[in-house]
Design a protein around this ligand. Structure first.
Ligand code: SF4
Length: 398
């Protein structure tokens, strides 16, 4: 499978972009995790991966979205973004996830990417702004992969994303990205109305045929002002997602990403392990994108993000308290515990809508990726090796 995947990637992607990916994400990413491991041995927690919501503006209105897309848009300014990235780079970070809203609606996104040629950026996008001009700029920069979200077939996409013609418009963006030989990914938050269409071998084969390099499967989180809990998966369906990823990794020449399980199939929460944290469009530092509470901002300590995160007591308490409660998602399994942490540390509701606490109070506990005694270990050596060394509990659960 690896040779097939290498052949496919080499034939579909610009070699200069592959080199940038291999160095800025692969090599430097691995070194940043090694530095992270050494730091936590000294009791210093600063994540090697930061996910940054650079804007809350979006042209779609997805069910289950936590970003304040209906409120007046908030953007992180170019100076703040450059200072944040430069500060993290000083501690070995080279990979950054760029989220929104819709990041391509941020007027200075391309300037941020251009300002850091020594880094690698994964832009989480609905694909609707991936025009020929934009794709040509991304190819010229070479340090960015668009991860395009597809949430269902045509009718489901319109229903789920609150607009019409969503699917064909997104697929046009995907086709443009591939045609410009970008390393292109497709992300799906698997839920009740897309699992039958998108968690299938046929869909993976379709993406392979279209030149997609990798896919990322999440499981739906019923959060935000329109949580639609009826879309959430059952425990059996979450296991099906896991089993499908493990099985297809052995057989399909396409990269398959998940952020919920280690090499042994034990569940984990990236925010609890400390491998990643989130920066909101207001500059707030949150455990993860769907936990919209914070006590510190990127502008604290004159923009020294390392000092601010390493000294943030609520992040340390979040990691310790949640790890002792579950290996799964605290938002789903223990919204009560999260409310206690918010109250204990006097955390700010970071949303423009100021309803995050009442949304949390209305949440009913449900299962997540943690399903003890139903662990499914990785079966492909490459994924087993990568997870064993660079994506596991990092001691948070022991
Ligand atoms: S709290 Fe839940 S959504 Fe957030 S990183 Fe952890 S598992 Fe993921």
């Amino acid at each position: 499978m690896i040779i097939q995947m290498a052949k496919r990637t080499l034939s579909h992607t610009d070699l200069r972009l592959l080199w940038k990916f291999a160095v800025n994400f692969g090599l430097k990413g691995m070194l940043s995790v090694q530095r992270f491991k050494r730091r936590i041995k000294r009791g210093v927690w600063f994540p090697p991966f930061l996910y940054i919501s650079i804007t809350s503006a979006c042209n779609l209105r997805c069910t289950g979205c936590w970003a304040d897309v209906s409120a007046p848009p908030r953007h992180l300014g170019l100076d703040d973004l450059n200072r944040l990235i430069a500060s993290a780079k000083r501690h070995g970070n080279s990979f950054f996830g760029i989220l929104g809203g819709e990041p391509f609606m941020h007027p200075q996104l391309l300037d941020v990417l251009a300002a850091h040629p020594d880094c690698y950026f994964q832009v989480f996008t609905n694909g609707q702004f991936l025009t020929d001009d934009v794709a040509a700029r991304l190819r010229a920069l070479g340090n960015v992969t668009p991860l395009i979200s597809i949430e269902g077939n045509e009718p489901v996409s319109d229903e789920r994303r609150g607009r019409s013609n969503v699917f064909p418009h997104t697929m046009r963006g995907l086709e443009t990205a591939v045609r410009h030989r970008l390393i292109t990914g497709v992300a799906t938050s698997v839920c009740q109305n897309n699992i039958a269409d998108l968690l299938t071998e046929a869909w993976l084969d379709e993406l392979i045929r279209r030149g997609v390099t990798y896919v990322w499967f999440y499981t739906y989180r019923p959060v935000g002002p329109q949580p639609a809990p009826e879309l959430a998966l059952t425990p059996e369906q979450v296991l099906r997602v896991r089993r499908f990823c493990v099985e297809m990794r052995k057989r399909k020449p396409i990269g398959i990403v998940d952020a919920y399980w280690d090499d042994q199939g034990h569940a984990l929460c990236p925010a609890v392990t400390g491998i990643s944290h989130h920066i909101g469009p207001g500059g707030d530092i949150e455990p993860c994108p769907i936990i919209q509470f914070a006590g510190v901002k990127i502008t604290d300590n004159s923009g020294d993000i390392f000092k601010t995160i390493a000294e943030a007591k609520y992040l340390a308490d979040f990691r310790k308290t949640v790890a002792s409660a579950t290996r799964g998602c605290v938002v789903l399994e223990r919204p009560d515990l999260l409310r206690e942490l918010v109250a204990k540390h006097g955390l700010r509701d970071t949303t423009a809508r100021q309803t995050a606490l009442s949304e949390l109070a209305a949440m009913k506990p449900r299962t997540s990726q943690h399903n003890p005694s139903n662990e499914i270990p990785e079966e492909h050596w490459a994924y087993r090796f990568a997870k064993k060394h660079w994506f596991f509990g990092f001691g948070a659960y022991s």
